[in-house]
Write a protein that binds this ligand. Structure first.
Ligand SMILES: *[C@@H]1O[C@H](CO)[C@@H](O)[C@H](O)[C@H]1NC(C)=O
Ligand SMILES: *[C@@H]1O[C@H](CO)[C@@H](O)[C@H](O)[C@H]1NC(C)=O
Length: 193
């Protein structure tokens, strides 16, 4: 049976959630439903949990999830100054290290939008998608198997990207969007590393 997907823009409704964890919405691909975890300033599928840091002597949240704020504006962390999320020129979806607001030249912020997926066979489903506000590319969410060498041994299988003008990887899976699962936690951890 073939289900047709119809895309609509819509306002979201999850009012009580304060933070969100992320999964991939890419029906009929091997990455559909995959949980994304934060590590090494990026988001990856295949990890057993996020890479976090808790200063000695502190009591830190220990949710073992990678939590972001609505609209993927920032990581849900306690560290003063927070950790902003941006799209690097290369398309890598990244977050700033703690105690720094540095984003590499050419990075994009904003461009995230809510999209409601309506299909013949499934309930309506809300996802977050990306389109650069400056119109420099056609955007979209991609999961790419080119995982950096420094992630070897972590289980990371795909890294999260957005379609930017300079995005140039091949063999990636195009996702329909990201599913944001609301939870009542204020923070995921002290800081993601
Ligand atoms: C998407 O919907 C959520 C929930 O209503 C809202 O908090 C968020 O700001 C919206 N995101 C964007 C990019 O408009
Ligand atoms: C692809 O883009 C990256 C960074 O955006 C760049 O370093 C690399 O040289 C590019 N590769 C090709 C084959 O153009």
């Amino acid at each position: 049976m073939i289900c047709s997907l119809l895309l609509f823009l819509a306002y979201s409704t999850l009012a009580s959630a304060t933070t969100y964890f992320l999964t991939v919405f890419a029906p009929n691909t091997e990455i559909d439903g995959a949980l994304l975890n934060a590590a090494a300033q990026g988001f990856y599928a295949g990890l057993s949990g996020p890479a976090t840091y808790c200063p000695q002597g502190f009591t830190c949240p220990d949710t073992q999830t990678s939590l972001v704020y609505a609209g993927l504006t920032a990581m849900a962390v306690e560290v003063p100054g927070g950790q902003a999320i941006y799209v690097a020129a290369s398309g890598q979806i990244a977050y700033t290290p703690a105690h720094s607001s540095y984003e590499p030249a050419g990075s994009l912020t904003g461009g995230w939008f809510n999209k409601t997926i309506v299909s013949d066979c499934d309930p309506a489903h809300e996802v977050l998608d990306f389109l650069p506000v400056d119109g420099s590319s056609s955007g979209g969410i991609k999961l790419c198997p080119q995982v950096e060498e420094y992630m070897a041994g972590t289980g990371a299988s795909f890294r999260l990207y957005a379609g930017t003008a300079a995005f140039n990887l091949t063999g990636c899976i195009d996702a329909v969007g990201l599913t944001l699962h609301g939870v009542a936690e204020d923070f995921g951890c002290w800081q993601y590393t």
